[in-house]
Design a protein around this ligand. Structure first.
Ligand code: PAF
Length: 279
């Protein structure tokens, strides 16, 4: 497995692999890898990529001033071992300094799908995500890139960026990987105390219940969402948002039914968790 730290070296290697006819997959991550990330690498393998490039970079530009950039968990040695075991063929560990050169001044802004949900609560977040993902696309020039459905809005924003900027890269969205308890896997779960972890189960539980009831007959979004929000607050979390949107446009839907996605964000103690379900 190759290890790159310099963007230009990664780019050179990817170009030569491509010139040799290799199919290249990119799996962008912020590291502290868990089963969710490993499922993205497995998806790249399933799609028969010859080279699977995993990027591990806690991207400062997508964190707000009061967010957890400094304390975001990092473990380079463990990430390397997991990438190797999962079948990655290259890992890219850049530094903020070599990704964002002195006086970096060009950013990518998606102006439609990133307006609501996390985009509204985390100003500048998707500008940071789009910018770093666009840079990774340019460095690796993959045939396809794999993202997780857990960050549903992010996946839609990236698909739109790919389409509107003609990257010519297939965007694959892999299903959410959950712990046996139902909790969506996330590097941020490591912040949770045992009691907070227990309380967090309300997120997946209330989403699954809503999905099951909406599958029988579409439900009024207003009613259904306030029920979910009440359950979350009762479990001791603080709701950031609970919304039901059209799965493609991310516009608010009037009823929870086929073709919609219900998304939640809530604070469990100091930790902001997100989850979603496609109905
Ligand atoms: O989903 C993530 O881990 C990040 O937002 C991504 C896509 C790697 C960009 O930094």
């Amino acid at each position: 497995m190759k290890i790159f730290r310099e963007p230009s070296k990664l780019q050179k290697w990817c170009r030569s692999r491509k010139a040799n006819g290799c199919k290249i997959a990119l799996v962008p991550t912020m590291g502290y890898l868990h089963e969710g990330h490993l499922s993205l690498i497995a998806e790249a393998k399933r799609r028969k990529a010859d080279e699977i490039v995993v990027s591990v970079f806690v991207n400062p530009v997508q964190f707000g001033p009061n967010e957890d950039y400094a304390k975001y968990p990092r473990d380079e040695r463990a990430d390397l071992a997991k990438c190797r075991a999962a079948g990655a063929t290259a890992v890219f560990f850049p530094t903020p300094e070599n990704m964002y050169l002195d006086r970096h001044s060009v950013y990518v802004v998606e102006e439609d799908l990133s307006k609501g949900l996390c985009g509204a609560r985390r100003p500048g977040h998707f500008r940071g995500v789009c910018t770093v993902v666009a840079k990774l696309f340019n460095l690796v020039q993959p045939d396809f890139a794999v993202f997780g459905q857990k960050d549903y809005q992010q996946a839609q924003v990236i698909k739109r960026m790919e389409r509107d900027l003609n990257f010519g890269i297939d965007i694959v969205v892999a299903p959410i990987v959950r712990e046996p308890s139902g909790l969506a896997r996330s590097s941020r779960n490591t912040y949770l105390s045992p009691a907070e972890r227990e309380a967090a189960l309300v997120l997946s539980r209330s989403l699954m219940e809503l999905k099951a009831s909406a599958a029988d007959s579409p439900r009024s979004a207003k009613q259904a969402l306030s029920k979910v929000a009440a359950a979350i607050e009762k479990a001791g979390l603080k709701v950031d948002y609970v919304e039901c949107v059209d799965a493609k446009t991310l516009e608010n839907a009037k009823s929870v039914g086929p073709g919609t996605c219900v998304l939640v964000a809530a604070y469990d103690g100091k930790t902001r968790l997100i989850d979603n379900v496609l109905v």
